[in-house]
Design a protein around this ligand. Structure first.
Ligand code: MSP
Length: 654
């Protein structure tokens, strides 16, 4: 394994506030940085992000705001810095391309290339796209529109400075072919090779000041500023110390990963690689281009008014659910669609039901059955169950290493959730609440509780890169002594690392469930046009209620939820009554149900049922019942109620 890891995000234009697309790349880069810190230690990881402050887009945005470009950048930069703080982004540096440490290197690099004859001046006539800030040739332009953004282009004749990019075409093709991991995912590798089948032109790297003043002045001609892409790409080498500090620079360069969006693949794979070649530097090891997010199936754009503000999502749902959703929902190289509904479903099923529940029930049982301390495990009783849980936990990190190396965040999270589910099933099968009743079962109970807590320790470690705040909370509640900034040692990742006697500190649920009804309610309000609302007097004409009818408000008083039976036994001396332990997501209920003539306890295990969840607890044959199971049947129970679809546990019935 390489000893250092250098990862970058694109530097974002400060022409507007950050949106979900910016957050996406930055969160993914943060996960990789945190993951590698766990493996290599914090001093061997360098994570760089920042802002692209020059160029036409920024100059125009400043003009719209009626202020100078630098003042505009200074005003917007904190929006990015603050969002990254909020999203728990652990970048090691933050570059702004107007900083002297960067502009100095850009000018030095330009001078070097100019001195070597890699940059020359010539007159050029072409089709210019203001939005993309680039020239197109006659054959690229279709119907007067830019082939990339489909906006009108204008013919411009200008004398500019050009970088001899064309001379590196054959080299670049060979390099890409010889380094199959250079451009990822594989489809992007093919895309760039396809692009390189057409002759590569030289790259205009200057803009006359008469047209664009906001940029870094060319060191060899004060009438020009540097083309924004030439300037911006150099950030990847200026910050680690190119031409300033060789030791520092070559500690990090070549970068391990440039994470980018698919729209800026050409600038990175073609412009940047050839610029580096001309500077006699190695290309980065990997350029990974991720997909784009649409919103409710539509392209995200200001004009559509559907731009997702990460701050608003975090306000409503929290940081870690947002981080989790973005990386879990869609394979990293592919496009994805963002909607509140899918986000809420993920939160409720994966975070609240699966992970939150595992933590909550484990800690509740340690509190209840072991005085709030992780017990010393007794001898392993049911060996198969214990061994498979232990094996799954021990194999998790090597598996994650492979997924992370392939940028398969969704599969990494799937693998982690495999262990979450295994932990929950282990508890269901071992039924600690049954073991707790018999003193002879105490050693076994201790083993089960220990194993559940140890599973959570593995989860805490592996979740940390993805959901640092949640991992921190699991660590606190479990009383773990972990230092996430140190490389993991062998004993950290071997089973049994959790110290018996560790005092736990159960806290509030890790991920509260989001009430879907609340969201639907809001949607309903929006859908109903005020003009279609019935005027109030009509309600006076509503028919009278008959005695057996109830109002919808009466019905809503009953809270009905979906649950799963995780343990069942007969109540001694009763043919009718079964005692069920029912998992309803955020909690577990004990319910005494009169269904024993129709169902055996074994038949009930694993059944998905519907319960009345807000019934006052009652005692039946001396056993407390905290709810009621819904069943059909006039006299005798003939069938239990369930849901057609497999919905998250705890879902409300309406
Ligand atoms: N300043 C250049 C990058 C220079 S890097 C040397 C730039 N900036 S940007 O602010 O316009 O875009 C930055 C990133 O946001 C790009 O990687 C782009 O792919 C990403 N996204 C913009 N909209 C997006 C989505 N809807 N979905 C996902 N990512 C998107 O380009």
């Amino acid at each position: 394994m390489k000893k250092t890891f250098y990862i970058t995000t694109p530097i974002y234009y400060v022409n507007d506030v950050p949106h979900i697309g910016h957050a996406y790349t930055t969160i993914a880069a943060d996960v990789l940085a945190r993951y590698h810190r766990l493996r290599l230690g914090k001093d061997n990881v360098f994570f760089l992000t920042g802002l692209d402050e020059h160029g036409q887009k920024v100059q125009q945005a400043a003009a719209r705001a009626g202020i100078a470009p630098q003042a505009h950048c200074d005003r917007l930069a904190p929006q990015f810095v603050n969002l990254w703080k909020r999203l728990n982004i652990s970048n090691d540096d933050f570059v702004r391309t107007t900083e002297p440490r960067h502009t100095w290197v850009v000018q030095k690099a330009l001078q070097q290339l100019y001195d070597k004859g890699e940059i020359y001046q010539r007159a050029y006539t072409g089709w210019y796209c203001t939005f993309d800030e680039r020239f197109w040739t006659e054959k690229d332009v279709i119907g007067g529109l830019c082939p990339e953004c489909k906006r009108p282009v204008e013919q411009l004749s200008e004398t500019n400075y050009f970088f001899r990019m064309s001379k590196y075409q054959e080299w670049l093709i060979a390099y890409i072919k010889q380094h199959p991991d250079f451009l990822q995912p594989r489809s992007r590798h093919n895309e760039v090779l396809g692009f390189l089948q057409k002759p590569l032109e030289d790259l205009s790297i200057s803009r006359p000041k008469s047209r664009l003043a906001w940029g870094i002045e060319l060191p060899f001609d004060p009438n020009y500023v540097t083309y924004v892409w030439f300037d911006a790409l150099v950030n990847y080498i200026s910050v680690p110390g190119y031409l300033v500090d060789d030791d520092r620079f070559f500690k990090w360069w070549p970068a391990d990963v440039h994470l980018i969006g698919k729209d800026i693949l050409t600038t990175h794979s073609v412009y940047w690689s050839t610029m580096l070649k001309a500077l006699e530097l190695e290309p980065p090891t990997t350029i990974f281009a991720h997909g784009w997010w649409t919103v409710n199936g539509e392209k995200m754009s200001k004009s559509r008014g559907n731009v997702i503000d990460p701050n608003a999502i975090v306000d409503e749902f929290g940081v870690d659910p947002f981080r989790y959703f973005l990386l879990r929902e869609v394979p990293f190289g592919q496009d994805g669609d963002f909607s509140r509904e899918t986000l809420i479903t993920r939160i409720n099923s994966d975070l609240a039901n699966d992970l939150g529940n595992l933590l909550h029930r484990t800690l509740t049982m340690i509190e209840r059955y072991a005085d709030g301390k992780v017990p010393e495990p007794g001898p392993a009783g049911n060996l198969d169950l214990d061994t498979s849980l232990r094996q799954m936990a021990s194999e998790l990190l090597p598996l994650l290493d492979r997924h992370v190396a392939q940028f398969e965040f969704n599969r990494a999270l799937e693998a982690i959730w495999g262990l979450v589910q295994a932990g929950n099933q282990y508890i269901d099968k071992c039924a600690p609440w049954v073991l707790a009743k018999t003193p002879e079962d105490r050693p076994r109970l201790n083993t089960v509780l220990y194993n559940a807590a140890e599973t959570l320790r593995f989860l805490c470690l592996t979740l940390y890169p993805f959901m640092p705040a949640a991992a921190g909370e699991v660590k606190r509640q479990l009383g773990l002594l972990l230092n996430f900034s140190k490389p993991l040692l062998a004993h950290d990742i071997s089973w049994g690392g959790l110290l018996p006697g560790t005092e736990i500190a159960k806290g509030a649920p890790l991920f509260p469930r989001i009430e879907a009804s609340k969201t639907q309610g809001e949607t309903c309000v929006n859908q109903e046009e005020p003009s279609t609302l019935k005027p109030p007097e009509i309600s006076n004409q509503a028919p009278e209620m008959t005695p057996e009818q109830i109002s919808v408000e009466d019905f809503r008083k009953a809270v009905l939820r979906v649950g799963k039976v995780i343990a069942a036994e007969r109540i001694p001396k009763s043919t009718k009554l079964l005692k069920l332990q029912v998992d309803i997501g955020a909690e577990q209920r004990q319910i005494v149900a009169g269904i024993g003539t129709k169902y055996t306890p074994e038949e009930m295990l694993g059944k998905r049922i519907v319960i009345v969840a807000n019934l006052k607890p009652a005692k039946l044959m001396g056993v407390e019942s905290q709810g009621m199971v819904l069943a059909a049947g006039d006299q005798e129970v003939t069938a239990l109620l369930t849901t057609i679809e497999d919905v998250p546990l705890g879902s409300k019935i309406k």
